[in-house]
Design a protein around this ligand. Structure first.
Ligand code: ADP
Length: 257
């Protein structure tokens, strides 16, 4: 299977913004193993700004664009250094791709991006993609990595898109507010009622909340693949997903009539 996996900041970092070493270690181990068993993996990873904030010891995420972009420049290095080191332990080669909305909208740039991705997969490398936060502004940004990962998954015609989050999946109401919220295991069709279940973001580290995950599900299912939201706390769940077991919330692909 060709699998696109998106990990959010809340999965990669502690509340302090600094790297959750145990988590990322496990994540890279499981992804390496899945690659060894024959799956193709493409990773969409957030975390650059949080990592930069942690490394600079700023304490809180700055509000102004220049500081955020500077933090991203520092954090992206740290992030890739960590991925490179951990994947290298299992003999896998990583590649960094940073893009903005412009690269998706301009046909020639998008073609270049897609050609590079396909070539990297052919080489057996593991592409790691993030928004290019250092040059992104409101006008040109994709805005969140849930959407970015769905665009990437459509581009490479992935078999499945997996969003690893800080929650088990989509609930029938926000589980952070309601104790009796129930997990929805399968979504056959993304109706306005389903879209209305998104109720803001969960942590101060996360960016999109459920809203952007449901938009990503629309893009992915329309492009002909299932999308799964699962809890990033336990990266071993990726094995179950690869084996087709029920994990988290699965959005079923649209089938052409
Ligand atoms: P990530 O950093 O993984 O992208 P987010 O914090 O952005 O995670 O999004 C997940 C959060 O969305 C959950 O922690 C939860 O608080 C919130 N949320 C809002 N509505 C729902 C819902 N219906 N089901 C599950 N989570 C929801």
């Amino acid at each position: 299977m060709r699998i696109v996996i998106k990990v959010g900041t809340s999965t990669l970092a502690h509340g302090t913004g600094r790297l959750n070493i145990r988590r990322i270690d496990k994540l890279c181990k499981v992804m390496s193993d899945l690659k060894n068993s024959g799956h193709e993996i493409i990773l969409v990873s957030s975390g650059a700004i949080a990592m930069g904030v942690g490394k600079l010891g700023l304490g809180i995420r700055p509000d102004d664009t220049a500081s955020k972009q500077a933090a991203a420049a520092i954090g992206q290095c740290e992030l890739m250094y960590t991925y490179d080191k951990l994947f290298a332990e299992y003999n896998h080669t990583v590649a960094q791709i940073l893009i903005t909305g412009l690269d998706i909208e301009a046909p020639e740039r998008r073609r270049n991006f897609e050609n590079t991705l396909f070539k990297l997969l052919e080489f057996g490398a593991l592409p790691i993609i993030n928004e290019n936060d250092t040059v992104s502004t409101d006008e040109i940004e994709i805005g969140d990595n849930d959407t970015l990962s769905a665009i990437v998954a459509s581009s490479v015609k992935a078999d499945v898109l997996i969003l690893l989050s800080d929650i088990d999946g989509l609930y029938d109401k926000n589980p952070r507010k309601y104790d009796d919220a129930k997990l929805i295991t399968t979504v056959e069709k993304i109706t306005p009622e389903i879209m209305a279940l998104a109720d803001g973001k969960g942590s101060n580290l996360g960016t999109g909340g459920m809203d952007t995950k449901l938009s990503a599900a629309q893009i992915a299912t329309k492009a002909g693949m299932d999308m799964i939201i699962a809890n990033g706390e336990n990266p071993e769940l990726l094995y179950d997903i690869a084996e087709g077991k029920q994990v988290g919330t699965r959005f079923l692909k649209e089938v052409e009539k």
